[in-house]
Design a protein around this ligand. Sequence first.
Ligand code: NAD
Length: 258
Amino acid sequence: MGIIEKMRLDGKKGFVTGAARGIGKCTAAAFAEAGADVAIVDMDLETAESTAKEIAASTGRKIIALKCDVTDESQVQSMVDKVVAELGGLNFCHANAGICINEAADKMSYAQWLKVINVNLNSVFLTDTIAGRYMLSHGGGSIINTASMSAHIVNVPQPQCAYNASKAGVIQLTKSLAVEWAKRGVRVNSISPGYIGTDLTLSSEFLKPLIAKWNELSPVGRLGKPEELESICVYLAGDTSTFTTGADFSLDGAFTCF
Ligand code: NAD
């Protein structure tokens, strides 16, 4: 069997959080194109449903939409239970839902801080451990977390201390789970994208004027596209990456090199 065949995800089942749009939609479509059945998990059910229809139509795979607020433990548990029941198992997941609040540290309220830490870090603990418990007792699996280049550098000029701290936490959580589960068949890795053109960046009136500055700071001089993150996620979800765990992959056009 050739390498491309070995990388396929035929027969695998997985879910992606924050998959109604943006990066999650793109990786969910890539997993399906590679042969997997996938649950589109998002708090925005209407968009998740239309995304699921679109991916099912283009790939012919079983794609379901599930409403879930990833900060709520009981919703995450029931989402994982539904994925297992409706898709027939769980081999991989991509914990990807995230938000950013751009506020100066000395003006940021504790509520704003908590919101970002809850959605970006506490939710990854919930998703990974609840999915992980199933995988540990059902033959193993692969977990992918979306961190960010903001885990490695402090973005300028916009202030975002909670986001940066939350994403650094995602990387240490990823490594901690990878070490704990390494001999038990569950791999845990993260991706650290640079600026990517999604609603998060392109639809924010605050961020839009900063894009020219980011491009100036970026060695490649442009934003990344969600599609430029998909092959690494297919690799991590599949069986050619069985020696890869506890790794963080920078996908940032060399932004963090200096
Ligand atoms: P996006 O805003 O386009 O999509 C995020 C999705 O997450 C939305 O569909 C939203 O409804 C969903 N979501 C938000 N909170 C949720 C919750 N509590 N429960 C369930 N779903 C929820 O964002 P994106 O750009 O696609 O970002 C996806 C991930 O990538 C995030 O973790 C983000 O921090 C990270 N990231 C983005 C960039 C970038 O430049 N866009 C760069 C690095 C990392």
